[in-house]
Each structure stands twice: as structure tokens, then as C-alpha cells.
Design a protein around this ligand. Sequence first.
Ligand code: ADP
Length: 266
Amino acid sequence: MIILKIGGSILTNKDSKISEVDAASLNRIASEIKASMDNSPKQLVIVHGAGSFGHPPAKKHKIGEEFDESEYPQKRLGFCEIQNEVKKLNMFICEAFIKEGLPAIAVPASSFITATDKRITEGNLDLFKNYLAKGFIPVIYGDVVLDNELEFCVISGDQLIQYLAINLNPDKVILGTDVDGVYDKNPKTHDDAQFFDKFTSLKDLDILEGTTNVDVTGGMVGKIKELLFLADLGIESKIINAEVKDNIFKVLENEKVKGTIISRGN
Ligand code: ADP
């Protein structure tokens, strides 16, 4: 079984102020997945990010931060707004997949997962496994969930990858994003960024410029941390560029694709 994450960065126009799907990317990725499924049928789980659908409302409502009891109704409504926004993106994605002939079924995290201090602590994957066993492609995505400590929190697609990989024992974990993999600094803003074929420990993070500043690293550090945790459990993953045509097809077909492998040293 393969767990494939498609980053919000590829599926949405992140710079746009309004929630906008990148239809060309989405349709191309859907057709690459279909071509691979036709070529060699396999169990597949899709995780996708929230991109421009989730981040602005999550920021606006400060979900995941502590708040006064009096703010509860407002926060609750904010929670609903975010859940609804990410669901819209998911709908576009499932629609594109179904049109391609892929049996995509949405399984929203907000409907079966609970967190404690922003980490997933409860969730029953029986239904998820059942869908997989019956040949569906479960699609799960960055979402809001109830939190035992903070009432509400955001769960990223990257944390979902980690949770699913631990519980579903996949043969492969692939993350498609909008860069070739991990560099020592943001390749979008630094022409001299050095590429890494492999990451093996948290210590490797020290070589990243600005690792203490979330804004500078734009989500890459959080991603690597989740994946290194998986590596410690013996589950290898690979970050690849899903914007490069045929990369998704090739990686699903075990063909060589440039990317950064996150694994234990040995
Ligand atoms: P996604 O939405 O695909 O999950 P993110 O936008 O969260 O991806 O993270 C990918 C982005 O991280 C890239 O577009 C890149 O600009 C940025 N980034 C920041 N630092 C790095 C780095 N050291 N190596 C690679 N990408 C980086």
C-alpha cells in the first residue's frame, strides 16, 4: 500500500487571496495516478494539504491557541468555517479523481480524529481500512479536529501522513510538493540552495538555514520532523516535486525520481 501526499502548494494558488484550485495541476496529477493504477493496480491512500483554502481562515480564527470561555461560540463557528473551506478543496479534488475513474472517497479527519495538544491521540481507522480493502482510494486532508487540551486544533496533512503511516504499515510514503525536495535553504528564494538526497536525523536540520524561524522555512521543517519521526520507526519516506510532469506516475511505478529520502542512517 502506498500513502501519497499531494501538497496544498500544488493544488491551490497559494498566493491568491481567495481560495482557488490549480485545476491544471490537479487534473494532471489525477491522470498520472490513474495511468499508474491502470498499469499496476495497488492500494493507495491520498493525503492532501489545505493550501489557500485552510491557512487564511485558520490564521484568522487563531485555532490552536488558548482562549477565554466567553470566546467559545466564536471559536466554534471559526472551527466550522475552516472545516467547510478545506472540505470544499477536498470536493474539487475528489471530483477530479472520480472524473478520471479513480474511486476516491473522502474520509475527513474532523469526523473521526481527536487530538491532545495538537497531536493526534484518538482515531479509529477501521472504516478507512475497510474502504481500502474494498478497492476505494481514501482521501484525507489537513483539517480541524477537537482537542482534549485546547478544545480545537489544526491537523496538518503532514501530521496525518505520520499517523497513517504508523497505523497502516505502508510499503511507501511519498510527499509531492512544489520543490524537488529538501535544500539547505529555501530554493524559491535562494539560487545557491544546496540539495539533499537524504536526511537521516534531526541533527541534519541544523544545516538548514533559519530552522528556528517558521516563516523562513515555509513548512519544510515541520514536514521533515514528522518524517524523521517515521524514520525512527523504520518507515522511509520521500519528498518529490509533484509539479514536474510524470513524477507522480514514475514514483508510483517505482521508477527513479529526484527527491529527498528521509530514513534512518543505515
Ligand atoms: P506543501 O503545501 O506542498 O505541503 P509547503 O508549502 O508547506 O508544502 O512547503 C514547501 C515549501 O517549503 C516550498 O515551496 C519551499 O518554498 C519552502 N521551503 C522552505 N525552506 C525550504 C528548504 N530548506 N528546502 C525546501 N523547501 C523549502
